[in-house]
Design a protein around this ligand. Structure first.
Ligand code: C5P
Length: 223
């Protein structure tokens, strides 16, 4: 009997485009390890702010990165990044982190520090007997796993995304983050060539998930 395939699903998109909700749902439905790479950039940013490192001071950023030890903790179907044995909490959703994260994420050295770590999570998913990995971010289908089995790019009207984020509470200038993320030189936010682009503006989460689930189910032979 052929063994069940192990699949990698890449989901990219701007802030509040629907990535997190849809990737969490797919993770539950197909038993995939869920990885929210935005939380990694947020955790690194929170650590930089804690160490009072300015994103314009490259020497200080490099020195802080050299001292950061990364590891992984799997909780249920989610992979969380540990920095020095500690998983960051709600502080990564703070106003300060919202305001600074895109500046740190634009630094090539920060992205390089996370590159091998993110790719290594496929091995964690295999070891823990998941049927695959669903990783969400900005450069997953373009840089981290360009050969992923499935690559999706979610987008929605800016007004709708602002409404979604406001309904979650908290302050987050998502338009400014998207501007910075799309215009940076290293791994900018863009729909990777060959990815399936889905406009989530006028559709429900269930409809978005269905669109993604059909090809996954065809490959995995379930739900
Ligand atoms: O996904 P979320 O909005 O939490 O991501 C926070 C920030 O992390 C993004 O605005 C972006 O600057 C950065 N990021 C990135 N590459 C990824 C994931 C997130 O640059 N793969």
């Amino acid at each position: 009997m052929p063994s069940t395939p192990f699949i990698i699903v890449a989901i990219d998109g701007g802030a509040a485009s629907g990535k997190s909700s849809s990737s969490r749902t797919l993770s539950e439905r197909f038993n995939l390890l869920h990885v929210d790479t935005g939380s990694f950039y947020r955790a690194i940013t929170a650590e930089m702010l804690r160490q009072r490192v300015n994103s314009h001071d490259l020497a200080a950023v490099k020195s802080a990165l050299a001292g950061i030890k990364l590891a992984t903790r799997v909780n249920g179907r989610s992979a969380a990044m540990e920095i020095g044995g500690h998983v960051a909490g709600d502080e990564i959703r703070s106003r300060a982190v919202n305001d600074h994260v895109s500046h740190f994420a634009a630094i090539p050295e920060v992205r390089t520090a996370l590159l091998a770590y993110q790719r290594g999570l496929a091995g964690v998913a295999r070891e823990k007997n998941f049927r695959g990995l669903v990783m969400e971010g900005r450069d997953i289908g373009s840089v981290i796993f360009p050969d992923a089995d499935f690559r999706f790019f979610l987008h929605a009207d800016p007004a709708e995304r602002a409404r979604r984020r406001a309904s979650e509470g908290g302050q987050d200038s998502i338009a400014e983050r998207d501007r910075l993320d799309s215009s940076r030189k290293t791994s900018p936010l863009a729909c990777p060539l060959g990815a399936v682009s889905i406009d989530t503006t006028h559709v429900t989460l269930a409809q978005v998930v269905e669109k993604m689930a059909v090809p996954l189910a065809a490959r995995l032979g379930t739900p």
